[in-house]
Write a protein that binds this ligand. Structure first.
Ligand code: CP
Length: 305
């Protein structure tokens, strides 16, 4: 079975094919029923507006049946093992899309039976389908990723990590991640980026926003407290405020066709001001649309194995 647990697990060609397929599906109002007869489970242990609905809608649009489980619905909460759960669900489902609480151990446990495909819909350290949606949106916007630069400003969270891993798969595309000190990407991300992209990978991380003294193609931010989880430091907001995307910052970094991106949900007035999120450069809403096209591409890829 093909699973998508991490973008570190796939090769450059697969990532490019998933992104390109999402772009094509984005302009295909009535796609072929490529998942006819398939069953997709959608198991979310954490809240979600976009990803959960996008996968449900993606499954239905491609002709599959979908069943959704909330955090307390499976016997996992009464102690059934992940391995047994995966083995049993493999009798009924072809693919299980899961959002968990941890660093991937739950997903790996569910996948261990080998009886069904597992898709990572966000773990503590990676949000792979978000990055696929984002690259699809960028490809649609610019025609190609080649020669483009994305500037990510904010917490080095699961979205930033997924963008870094995705960028390592795309020669000619660059990502600069700017985070407050102490809030960078997880330590394992940059070594993985090097493993994927070699010495010419296009990912840089810094804490110094002033050092970005050039214009870029896209400016991206995300919520400063992922999933609303409180930072341990009570004073965390002071560290983040200099990284807020204001009209002044966006103007400084922009050329004529620079766009603004946000994975949503937004905390308006924290990581971004209304004038930017609702402004003419914003593509946040188109990104949200591509959550569904990326979900369709991933489900097709899993089902084709
Ligand atoms: N961007 C994103 O993953 O949104 P949800 O948490 O609403 O799924």
């Amino acid at each position: 079975m093909r699973s998508l647990l991490s973008l570190a697990d796939i090769d450059d060609r697969t990532l490019a094919a998933l992104v390109d397929r999402a772009v094509v599906l984005g302009r295909t109002p009535q796609p072929e029923q490529t998942l006819a007869g398939k069953s997709v489970g959608i198991y979310f242990r954490r809240s979600s507006t976009r990803t959960r609905t996008a996968f449900w809608s993606a499954a239905v649009r491609l002709g599959a049946h979908a069943i959704s489980y909330g955090p307390d619905d499976l016997q996992l909460v009464t102690g059934e093992s992940l391995e047994d759960t995966g083995r049993v669900l493999g009798n009924y489902l072809d693919i299980l899309v899961a959002r968990t609480n941890d660093d991937m151990a739950e997903l790996r446990g569910l996948a261990r039976s080998g009886e069904l495909s597992i898709v990572n819909a966000l773990t503590a350290y990676e949000h792979p389908t978000q990055a696929l949606a984002d690259l699809a949106m960028l490809t649609e916007e610019f025609g190609s990723l080649d020669g483009r630069e994305l500037l990510y400003v904010g917490e080095g969270n699961s979205t930033a990590a997924a963008l870094a891993l995705a960028t390592a798969h795309v020669p000619g595309f660059r990502l600069t991640v700017v985070t407050p000190p102490g809030y960078g990407m997880p330590d394992e991300v940059l070594p993985l980026v090097e493993e994927i992209g070699g010495s010419t990978h296009g990912v840089t991380q810094t804490h110094d926003l002033a050092s970005v003294d050039r214009t870029v193609d896209a400016v991206y931010t995300a919520r400063w407290q992922t999933m609303g989880v409180q930072h341990a430091d009570q004073e965390w907001m002071k560290a983040f405020l200099p990284y807020q995307v204001t009209t002044g910052l966006l103007d400084r970094l922009s050329k004529d066709d620079t766009i603004f991106m946000h994975d949503l949900p937004a905390m308006r007035g924290e990581e971004v001001v209304d004038e930017v999120l609702d402004g003419p450069r914003s593509r946040a809403w188109r990104q949200a649309y591509h959550k569904m096209t990326a979900a369709m591409a991933v489900l097709e890829w899993c089902a084709a194995a």
